[in-house]
Structures are given as C-alpha cells and as structure tokens.
Design a protein around this ligand. Structure first.
Ligand code: ADP
Ligand code: MG
Length: 371
C-alpha cells in the first residue's frame, strides 16, 4: 500500500530515464522519433504505437514449465491455461498485486509483448515509456526499464499510472487546477489528485477487480456449496455484477462448478442481487479510498474537482453502476473515460510526445531532475 503526499512540482510524478544502453549498436537512421507506450498492468498489458494506436492488448499472464523453468506461453494463450494446468506447468500473473513478484518473468513477458506488437521490427530503436503499477519499487522499476532497452528501445522511461490515466483521458493536467483520477484495475485501485502536471495526493490499495472476483468465488462456495474458479468469478462479475442495484433490471447467469459435497460437476443460477451482496464490502473499500483522498485534498483543488468531476479509468470502471455508486457516496459527478481499458496505454504514448516539450520549457518548479 502506498500513501503519499507530494508537492506538485514534479512533472510526471515519479519517473526516470533515459538509461544509456550498455552496448550502443547504432544510431537512428533518419532521426525519426518513434514512440511506444506500454501499459504494464496487473491484469492486461497494452502496447500503443504512435501513429498506429493500440497495437496489442493481452492479459499479463505467463505459463511456465516448472521442471526446466521455460516459458511455454504468454498472454491470451497463457490465460486460457489459468486454473487448468497439469502439475508441471504453472500459469501465473507476475504483477498480480501491483508488485513485481518475479521480475525475470516480467522482463521476459514485457520483451515478448514489445516484440510481438511489431515495435522492434517496424521501427529502428523506438523510445519506450512504460506505465508501472504504483506499488512497484525502484529496483523493480529499473528492471522494467532494462527489459524495455533489451527489447530494442533507444531510451526507456517509466511513468506512474495516475498521470498516464489522466493524459489518456484527455485531461489537461498542466494547469494549476485540480483533477481527480480513479483507476480500478485488476490488482490495484489508484486514486490521485493531480495539478500542475504532478500528483498532489494519492492512494493505492490492493483492492480492485481481482478482489471482487474472489469475493464472488467465496460467496458461491458458501451459499451454493459449489467450487468455481476465479475466471468464472470474473465472468459472473462482468455479466451480472453491479455496484448500484437500485432500480436496475434483474439479471441472472447459470454457472458450473464442482459440488463441494458430492464432488461432482453441478450448475446453479446466480442473480444480480446475490452478486451485489457478495461484492458490496469490497466495493466499499474502493469508495473509502476515494473519500480518504478527497479528505486530504487542499480546498482550492477540492473546489476544482467538484466542478470538473472525478474521472474513472481501468477495467473496473466498466462495472455496472460503479460510477453511480461513487458519485452518490462522494456527491461529486463521476465520468467514465472513453475506452477505460486502453486509457492508460494511450496516456503513456502521449506522455512520450511531451518529453521534448518538457525539456525545452523547464516548467515551474523545474523539470524532472533526471531528464
Ligand atoms: P490493470 O491495469 O491492472 O491491468 P485493467 O485496467 O486492464 O487492469 O482492468 C482489468 C480488470 O477490469 C479486471 O479485474 C477485469 O475483470 C475488470 N473488467 C474488465 N471489463 C469489465 C466489465 N465490463 N465489468 C467489470 N469489470 C471489468
Ligand atoms: Mg491499469
């Protein structure tokens, strides 16, 4: 859990780079700047290529053969294996809780995705900006940049999620005016107030989409004596889940799992009201994090947020009724960004386009020291 208050004098919050490549093999042919933005999310990795848009969107899952430590599948293919592997194969999510559990695997995964997106083949040594979850430490951050360099980057930068989310949502964060971004991903929810291109106050909690799925799995086990996997939990959430059941149509879904008493496969039907019952405490934790950041927000910025509203990004923003719940609890208007799942990736690409501008203008408070 990270909890920080920062003066708004750091453009891009925590970000670093570029790192010189140890082994310089060549120079850009035409001096063309090709920019690639990567959203290294806890649930999904997206690669954004300037001029081409989102070039790749795949789950951050890796399947490994435990016997020889070889990676056998990455992305969607590995995701299909989650919960379905024989003993010698494990399908894991190396960033699951917003920290890099295994950075060798993370590095390989990142390199695989950058190469797969065509970034390496199409362009000569692109600049790569990677958006990392807020909980990532300095050492892990370096590993991420190193992986980007190894994947062929000319220079690699790292940007924090709230800034990328705000840029992706098209918000103007360079003004001395408060903006609040709430990003609900798979592993973490990041809440931040931004002004003058920096993070004024923020909070990151490890309660997001995964915890909602887990709550559903537990509920089904308790209420129906039925064991289901997390992927089924997620499916239930997406199909019939809601954060605001009042006045919405009733919906239900048939799910299959293993009966805990007989051990045999069985199907049950679960409805929207039950799913809400299962998930409301988890959703409450997300709402509390937002309220807590609002309470710590300087009053001038609070006034801006009331006028502009809160912007939600990340896959969790798509949960039915989430915007209504948040808006009712905070009494502030809430907007869901366009295509919330790709918002951070687009913002990361946009941030790269601002680097030279930042270098030239040396904005108030000074440009990031490590530029
Ligand atoms: P991250 O940035 O951590 O990789 P994402 O922003 O990609 O996460 O969001 C992934 C999360 O969003 C997952 O928990 C997924 O279940 C959830 N999600 C995606 N679509 C929906 C939807 N329509 N309704 C509710 N949750 C959704
Ligand atoms: Mg994200």
């Amino acid at each position: 859990m990270s909890d920080q208050i920062r003066p708004p004098d750091l453009l891009f919050g925590r970000w670093t780079g570029p790192v010189a490549r140890g082994n310089e093999r060549g120079k850009p042919m035409f001096g063309l700047n090709v920019d690639i933005g990567v959203d290294l999310g806890t649930a999904n990795v997206l690669v954004y290529i300037k001029g081409r848009g989102i070039a790749l969107q795949e789950p951050s899952v890796v399947a490994i053969n435990k016997e020889n430590n070889k990676i056998i599948a990455v992305g969607s293919e590995a995701r299909r294996m989650l919960g379905r592997t024989p003993g010698n194969i494990v399908a894991t999510r190396p960033l699951r809780d917003g920290v890099i559990a295994d950075y060798e695997v993370t590095e390989k995964m990142l390199r695989y995705f950058i190469n797969k997106s065509g970034g390496r083949r199409l362009f000569f040594r692109p600049r790569i900006m990677v958006c990392i979850p807020s909980g990532v430490t300095g050492v892990e951050e370096r590993a991420v940049r190193q992986a980007a360099l190894q994947a062929g980057a000319k220079s690699a930068y790292v940007i924090e999620e709230p800034l990328a989310a705000a840029l992706g949502a098209g918000l103007d964060i360079s003004e001395p005016s408060g903006t609040m971004v709430v990003d609900i991903g798979g592993g973490t929810t990041d809440v931040a107030v931004l002004s003058l291109g920096g993070i004024v106050c923020s909070r990151s909690i490890r309660v997001a989409g995964d915890k909602i799925d887990e709550a559903i799995v537990r509920f089904v086990r308790r209420e129906f004596n039925l064991a289901i996997g997390e992927r089924t939990g997620e499916e239930i959430k997406i199909e019939v889940g809601t954060a605001y059941p009042n006045g919405t149509e009733e919906k239900e879904i048939e799910i299959k799992g293993r009966d805990l008493v007989s051990g045999l496969p069985r199907a049950v039907t679960i409805n929207r009201r039950q799913v809400h019952e299962a998930t409301k405490e988890t959703l409450e934790a997300v709402v509390s994090a937002v309220k807590e950041v609002l309470e710590r927000t300087p009053p001038e910025l609070s006034a801006d947020i009331v006028n502009k509203g809160i912007v939600m990004t990340g896959g969790g923003a798509l949960l039915h009724g989430m915007d209504r719940l948040l808006s009712e609890e905070t009494r502030v208007p809430v907007h869901v960004a366009d295509d919330p799942l790709s918002c951070v990736a687009r913002g990361t690409g946009r941030a790269l386009g601002m680097i030279s501008f930042l270098k030239e203008t040396k904005p108030r408070g000074g440009a990031p020291s490590r530029l």
